[in-house]
Structure formats: structure tokens, C-alpha cells
Design a binder for this molecule. Structure first.
Ligand code: AP5
Length: 218
């Protein structure tokens, strides 16, 4: 059950982060989210964060060199030795090629590329309703996943929550356009290598998890 190395692909709001958190615990592997790494740089006010903020707020992609470098460094850390989930990377052909080279160089073999497929019209509601515990990062939704006790995080009891700056209807449209133009073309690339499995993401969260686990355990 352990030792999986996978890419989770899918549109903005498709459920990559939600599923990655579950898979981390189920398989003892780590989630490597380029979005989370970039948001941490924005929050820390680093030079990279300042550059990235404007790009992210517009729903565009940060430069390939930056994200390839971030992932390459992160894969060298000890907690990746047992396996990892790439969430939000690669997103362009150049990133996929960069990933190929770095995996070869590090002697790592991918087990699977899982596409979580969700129709576009469902994604705006998912994204605009999303909020997160400001302390532990547990994710919630105004309709699909409210805390069990109002305004209190189920995981850590904190009472403060945040919403992402890019989670508004306008930016979502631009993020979706970017996804279809630059990221979906990677799906046939992984399919031709026999690595791609498509999972129906337009169903209840637990059902999506079951489908992903079926792929990983087969
Ligand atoms: P990133 O953080 O990667 O955002 P994204 O790909 O747009 O994906 P999201 O985090 O919005 O969605 P998700 O699929 O994780 O969905 P979630 O599980 O939260 O990237 C942000 C920005 O950073 C990019 O636009 C870009 O600028 C930059 N960036 C990042 N990586 C980059 C890269 N490699 N290269 C260049 N730039 C990069 O679910 C969404 C909501 O729906 C939640 O509220 C959840 O509770 C709910 N939900 C989840 N599953 C279900 C379900 N089955 N049913 C009902 N509700 C559900």
C-alpha cells in the first residue's frame, strides 16, 4: 500500500488538493503542491512571492524554470523517499519535460498519472465556495463540506479561516482557460506512455477517493 509516486492532474477546483490530503495519510506519502509552495512564498513576502502574486492573481502561470527548480529541490528532501503526490505540477509541456529529466537523474520511476475529470460548469461553484483553516490548512466548502461545529475547524479547533485571492469567478475563468490551453495537452502525453488513469471527479469526495485508490492498488 505504500511507496506510490504519482501525478494528480485536473482542472482548478477539481479536487486535487482534497484527494492529495487523503492519499497522504492512506499511503504514507507527501503532497507536493506547487500552488501551496507559491502561496507560502507570497505570504513570506520573498522576491519570488512578490513576482508570483501578480501572476497568480490574474490566473496565469508562473515561469517554468521557477516551478521546475522548486520541485527538483523538494524531491531531494528525506520525506519524499517513501513516495509523493505531485499536485499542480507539471502544468506545461516544458514542465513535463523538466520533470522527466529530473526523475531520470534522480532514479525515480512514476507509478501513475491520475486525471480527476470534472465538467467546467461545476468548477466555479466549487472554487468560489472554498475556504481553509488559517492554522492547519484543512479545506472546507460553503455547500459541500462545512465544519461539523459552525466556524470551528474539525481538525484543530481553530476559529479563523481564509479564502484564496484567486478564488473569484473572474480569475477562475482565466485559470480554466489556462488549464485547457496549456495543461490538458499533457494528458495524451502520459496516456501514450500507459501511465494515465481517468477518474470521475464529479461525484461525492469519498467516491472519488475509492476510484483513485483502486487505480493505485491495481
Ligand atoms: P493551484 O494551487 O495548483 O490551484 P489549481 O490547480 O487552480 O487548483 P485548486 O487548488 O484551485 O483546486 P484543487 O483541484 O486542489 O481543488 P480542491 O481540492 O481545493 O495553483 C494556483 C496558482 O498557482 C495557478 O493559477 C498558478 O498561477 C500558480 N501555479 C501553481 N502551480 C504552478 C505550476 N506548476 N506552474 C506555473 N504556475 C503554477 O477542491 C476545490 C473545492 O471543491 C474545495 O472547497 C473542496 O472542498 C471542494 N470539493 C473537492 N472535491 C469535491 C467533490 N468531489 N465534490 C464536491 N466538492 C468538492
Amino acid at each position: 500500500m505504500t511507496g506510490k509516486r504519482l501525478i494528480l492532474m485536473g482542472p482548478p477546483g477539481g479536487g486535487k488538493g482534497t484527494q492529495a490530503k487523503v492519499l497522504e495519510d492512506a499511503y504514507g506519502i507527501v503532497q507536493l503542491s506547487t500552488g501551496d509552495m507559491l502561496r507560502a512564498a507570497v505570504a513570506a513576502g520573498t522576491d519570488l512571492g512578490k513576482q508570483a502574486k501578480t501572476i497568480m492573481d490574474a490566473g496565469n502561470l508562473v515561469s517554468d524554470e521557477i516551478v521546475i527548480g522548486m520541485i527538483s529541490e523538494r524531491l531531494d528532501e528525506a520525506d519524499c523517499a517513501n513516495g509523493f503526490i505531485l499536485d499542480g505540477f507539471p502544468r506545461t509541456v516544458a514542465q513535463a519535460e523538466g520533470l522527466d529529466l529530473m526523475l531520470k537523474d534522480k532514479g525515480i520511476v512514476l507509478d501513475s498519472v491520475v486525471e480527476i475529470r470534472v465538467p467546467d460548469q461545476k468548477l466555479v461553484d466549487r472554487i468560489t465556495g472554498r475556504f481553509t483553516c488559517s492554522k492547519c490548512g484543512e479545506g472546507y466548502h460553503d455547500t459541500f463540506k462545512l465544519p461539523k461545529t459552525a466556524d470551528t475547524c474539525d481538525a484543530c479547533g481553530n476559529t479563523e479561516f481564509t479564502r484564496r485571492a484567486d478564488d473569484n469567478a473572474e480569475t477562475v475563468k482565466s485559470r480554466l482557460k489556462t488549464y485547457h490551453e496549456q495543461t490538458s495537452p499533457l494528458l495524451p502525453f502520459y496516456e501514450s506512455r500507459g501511465l494515465l488513469a481517468v477518474v470521475d471527479g464529479d461525484q461525492e469526495m469519498g467516491a472519488v477517493t475509492i476510484e483513485i485508490k483502486r487505480v493505485l492498488d491495481s
